[in-house]
Write a new protein. Structure first.
Length: 428
């Protein structure tokens, strides 16, 4: 209780130090983003995604995990529990070694499929399977084999024709030697502390404006160009993707490096023509990196001697920056949509639905509107400033500062002007 009561005062003595337990130095008048301030201590946040109650069936039997409940008489009856109740085992591998970033549940169909067909296409068929009442009780049995064995044709949706579904696959690497060929190294320019990323042949990696995807696992950085369409030719730069051909037959995503296993961090990095690191984006649709993932990546570069103030980091996800909506069909659709919004009592702004009574509710974007790309809504900050922000936030969490702030916010407005009332609420 004493530690919680003194949390705010202890925080003031530790923020400047950036390291819990060290002696408080003389206050530094310089802002955090200046190079004179040392990067704060890395705080290891164990990050695990919270699943629904259906996924926490550790004490249940195998039938319950697969969605089969047994009655008192021992007879089994199928009860559908959804994909959240059946996470693939491969997504949990490696977590004991510090790799806590698991694949997002939307990618579980893709990693569970033996052909690793593109997850977005599989989800379309999965929703159709749910609408049919879960025939054969197993999604992939219905999708590939059992229906055809009984004389029924294979499922074929007009939105995603069957040939498109079967040909659009994602590369999942299971050979450790192939994965090792994507490993990258970092050298530091002693003149200014910039990090130069080099490939297996010792050549600087020039990513171009689109950047390379990367994952961090077991203190090793792996990177390559992202292939978003089968048969497409990646952007040409000074260095080629290791162990890859000029034209790929499969997509290459973040999950490709280790076949869907858990990693420490994932994202995109950008380098200039000399291979110098300029930007880092925590963007990954498969791993959905958060604050802990970003902190591990920054700590990795700091441990290699890279000056964090020499590159920028996108913070739109951390700061909850809402992406703008853009028309799917051009300016004409934008004008028509704007006219429709004026006629209605409600207005749509970046995915929020504001009713006439002033209440704001989240609503899906209109059919002819879509969210802008993440790279079009960047919120860049210096890497050193981001490291300070994340470390200081971890310190405030440790001392219960946010818990005390939430207590103060629950005090009625008419009583907040009294300091004694605020202190008594915080202390209790």
């Amino acid at each position: 209780m004493q530690q919680q009561q003194g949390g705010l005062s202890q925080l003031l003595t530790t923020l400047d130090a950036g390291n819990v337990g060290s002696a408080p130095p003389t206050p530094d008048p310089l802002p955090c983003k200046l190079k004179a301030i040392q990067p704060p201590c890395y705080v290891d946040w164990k990050f695990t995604r919270q699943h629904s109650s259906g996924s926490n069936l550790g004490g249940s039997n195998a039938y319950q995990k697969r969605g089969v409940s047994t009655s008192s008489s021992g007879e089994g009856s199928f009860v559908y529990r959804g994909i959240r109740a059946n996470p693939p085992e491969i997504t949990k591998r490696g977590m004991t070694r510090g790799n806590y970033a698991q694949l997002h549940r939307k990618a579980w169909l893709e990693v569970s499929d033996k052909h690793h067909r593109y997850g977005k296409n599989l989800r379309m068929y999965y929703k159709h399977w749910e609408a049919l009442g879960h025939p054969f009780h197993m999604f992939f049995d219905w999708l590939d084999s059992k229906g055809e064995a009984t004389g029924n044709p294979l499922p074929n949706l007009p939105e995603i024709p069957r040939p498109v579904l079967d040909s659009d696959t994602v590369l999942y690497i299971t050979n450790p030697e192939t994965t090792a060929s994507y490993a990258l190294d970092i050298i530091v320019d002693p003149a200014n502390g910039t990090g130069i990323i080099i490939d297996q042949n010792g050549n600087p990696v020039s990513t171009g404006k689109e950047g390379w995807i990367f994952i961090l696992r077991d203190h090793v950085l792996y990177g390559s160009r992202k292939v978003t369409a089968p048969g497409s030719t990646p952007e040409v730069s000074n260095s080629a993707s290791p162990a890859g051909e000029a034209t790929s037959k499969s997509r290459f995503h973040h999950s490709s490096f280790f076949g869907g296993k858990a990693v420490a961090s994932a994202g995109i990095f950008l380098t200039n023509e000399q291979g110098r690191l300029t930007r880092m984006y925590p963007h990954s649709g498969h791993y959905r990196p958060g604050e802990a993932h970003m902190q591990r990546a920054l700590f990795f570069f700091q441990q290699h001697g890279v000056e964090l103030s020499t590159f920028s980091v996108d913070m739109q996800q951390i700061f909850k920056v809402c992406r703008k909506l853009s028309p799917k069909g051009g300016d004409d659709n934008a004008k028509s949509e704007k006219g429709k919004n004026k006629e209605n009592d409600a207005t749509i702004d970046n995915g929020k639905h504001q009713q006439a009574n002033g209440q704001v509710k989240h609503a899906p974007p209109p059919q002819n509107m879509k969210k802008s790309k993440k790279t079009d809504c960047l919120h860049l900050m210096g890497g050193l400033e981001v490291a300070c922000f994340l470390a200081h936030k971890a310190i405030m969490i440790k001392f219960g500062v946010f818990h005390q702030i939430h207590k103060i916010r629950r005090i009625p407005k008419e009583s907040r002007s009294s300091v004694s009332v605020i202190i008594s609420v915080v202390n209790n």
